[in-house]
Design a binder for this molecule. Structure first.
Ligand SMILES: NC(=O)c1ccc[n+]([C@@H]2O[C@H](COP(=O)([O-])OP(=O)(O)OC[C@H]3O[C@@H](n4cnc5c(N)ncnc54)[C@H](O)[C@@H]3O)[C@@H](O)[C@H]2O)c1
Length: 264
């Protein structure tokens, strides 16, 4: 992380567990001020307990839903009240679908997945950009966590795939519109991760035909062999938090997937 007189102020969504918590802890270790939100109260409490003795005064862990504009506005206000500004937003919060297709995905699941994964990322970007433009000095950066599903048609069911393709569009559009306003936007296109909670979404069943199709098209994934280490993603986000690096990479969608699926 670049040396600066004041610590970087970072907001990571959906970071009470999984990848988000590893990224957040890495930024705390580097001396940043870190704000996380999540909708899982138990994991938020567990994370606060974990951090409270090691990083007192350096973090905020608050219940806030990324798909609610008023909740995210209030959260960013709380961040600015405590840390003075917002330098970096990492759009991490997401939910998986049940590997269903256009014919089988319910409207309810479609709305829920798009509501969190793409409307949520839009809302957080909107609120962060307003703050980044208003603060002095102005500016900041956004990192969107995309997926192989941002570019492949068969790395998830329809709703997740559409949402993650949307994250790529959000990245490119934001990067272009804010190029001259001191705000950058990049996407990390992740492969498979181990030790996260993303499969919670499938706790009440999933489409076996959909999973079989994905395995057929995306074969070769093995936990412990080609899953992407969470710490590597976290360190890459720290690398991207360098303003000059983020400017050069503005608009980029970087594959970060251990070359899985090979050849895509
Ligand atoms: N797990 C994988 O294999 C994988 C692969 C590619 C990309 N990704 C992406 O990486 C990111 C992190 O995923 P993960 O595997 O750590 O998942 P995870 O389920 O462990 O973490 C996501 C967090 O988001 C939270 N969340 C859900 N809805 C929310 C809402 N409305 N508001 C705020 N928080 C909310 C969840 O409670 C959870 O803590 C996601 O963007 C995901 O799409 C994951």
């Amino acid at each position: 992380m670049p040396e600066s007189s004041s610590p970087l102020s970072v907001l990571i969504t959906g970071a009470a567990g999984g990848l988000g918590r590893v990224i957040a802890t890495t930024f705390l270790e580097k001396g940043a001020n870190v704000a996380i939100c999540d909708v899982n109260k138990e994991r938020l409490a567990e994370t606060s307990d974990l951090w409270s003795t090691k990083y007192p005064g350096k973090f905020i862990a608050q219940h806030a839903d990324v798909s609610s504009l008023p909740e995210m506005e209030a959260f960013v206000q709380a961040i600015v009240a405590q840390f003075g500004r917002l330098d970096l937003l990492i759009n991490n919060a997401a939910i998986l679908d049940k590997f269903e297709s256009a014919g089988t995905c319910s409207l309810e699941l479609w709305d829920r997945v798009l509501g969190v994964n793409i409307t949520g990322a839009f809302i957080c970007s909107k609120v962060a950009i307003h703050q980044m433009l208003a603060q002095s000095p102005p500016g900041g950066s956004i990192i969107n966590l995309g997926s192989n599903a941002s570019v492949c048609g068969t790395d998830g069911g329809l709703a997740y795939t559409v949402s993650k393709h949307g994250v790529l569009a959000l990245t490119r559009n934001t990067a272009a519109y804010y190029l001259d306003k001191g705000i950058t936007c990049t996407m990390v296109q992740l492969g498979g991760l181990a030790h996260t909670n993303i499969q919670d979404s499938m706790a009440h069943g999933f489409d076996k035909e959909g999973i079989a199709l994905i395995n057929k098209h995306m074969g070769g994934f093995e936990y412990g062999v080609n899953d992407v280490p969470l710490e590597d993603v976290a360190n890459f986000c720290v690398f991207l938090s360098d303003k000059e690096m983020a400017k050069t990479m503005n608009g980029a969608a970087v594959p970060f997937n251990r070359n899985w699926p090979a050849g895509h």
